[in-house]
Ligand binder design. Structure first.
Ligand code: PAF
Length: 285
């Protein structure tokens, strides 16, 4: 496995691989790699891509300094996991190279309005500006590629797709299914920070989604049902919404069809998100 840390070497490596006819499968991560990331590496390998994984804990997407401080960092384990899962090139850029002006503001910020303003965007101001800005830079450094993202961060994928469309970036965005533990909890680097009690209560996210999936109803009935499940588990709910799967606009009760249920809440001091496809029925009368 090749290891790269400078932007110059990263750009040169990707260019040389493309010149040899390889398609680059970019897997952007913030490290603390788990089976969800491994599934992205596998998805890229399954398409025959050259797997280029990045590890960079991007401070610009954290609107809370404590959250950034507490974010798990496991560099040795990550290197081993990347090697085990067939990553061809592991890129670990430094903060100084990625954001030379940090902690001062960087003059250029990518802002995706609309889909980036709601839900996570409303609850974590500036979060998606940080995500879009760093992902735009990862795309610029890698060049033409396929980029793999996990559906656990469903809204993040919608924001990135919008950015790719609006800026005509030479990137195919590939979304990959959520990977869950046996008890249903969606894998996330943040799960490492859950106490045993919070870990048990966090299974309410997938239980709420499962009950919404198994009992098609109006969008508001599903919202209420899911919120109650989360609150009963002592989760401080940020939102429990049912939305259009592309625009992420909240569904109305006179609408029917396939939608996406999106959940966010804080359990034991850790903010978690989860989502799943659901079917909504239109209110009668
Ligand atoms: O999903 C993540 O881990 C991050 O938001 C990403 C896409 C690597 C950007 O920092």
């Amino acid at each position: 496995m090749q290891r790269v840390s400078t932007l110059e070497a990263w750009r040169a490596y990707a260019k040389a691989q493309r010149a040899h006819g390889r398609v680059i499968g970019l897997v952007p991560t913030m490290g603390a790699l788990h089976a969800g990331h491994a599934s992205l590496f596998e998805a890229a390998r399954a398409k025959g891509d050259l797997v280029l994984a990045t590890i960079f804990v991007n401070p610009r997407q954290f609107n809370d300094a404590n959250d950034l401080r507490a974010y798990p960092r496991t560099p040795e384990l990550d290197q081993r996991a990347a090697l085990e899962h067939g990553v061809d090139c592991l890129v670990e850029p430094t903060l100084e190279e990625m954001w030379p002006d940090y902690p001062n503001d960087t003059a250029t910020t990518v802002v995706v309005r609309g889909v980036g303003d709601i839900l996570e965007g409303a609850g974590r101001p500036g979060h998606f500006d940080g995500v879009a800005s760093v992902v735009a830079k990862l795309f610029a450094l890698t060049g033409e590629c396929r980029a793999y993202f996990g559906e656990k961060d469903y809204q993040q994928i919608a924001v990135i797709r919008q950015m790719v469309r609006d800026l005509a970036l030479d990137v195919e965005v590939v979304s990959c299914p959520i990977v869950r533990d046996a008890d249903g909890l969606a894998l996330s680097s943040r799960n490492a920070r859950l106490s045993d009690d919070a870990r048990t209560r966090a299974t309410a996210f997938s239980r709420a989604l499962q009950s919404a999936q198994s009992a098609p109803a109006t969008a508001s009935t599903l919202r209420t049902m899911m919120r109650e499940t989360l609150e009963n588990a002592g989760i401080d709910v940020a939102y429990a919404d049912v939305v259009d799967p592309v625009t992420l606009v909240s569904s109305k009760d006179d609408e029917a069809g396939e939608r996406r249920a999106l959940l966010a809440g804080v359990v034991g001091g850790v903010r978690l998100i989860d989502n799943a496809p659901v079917v909504v029925r239109a209110r009668r009368g």
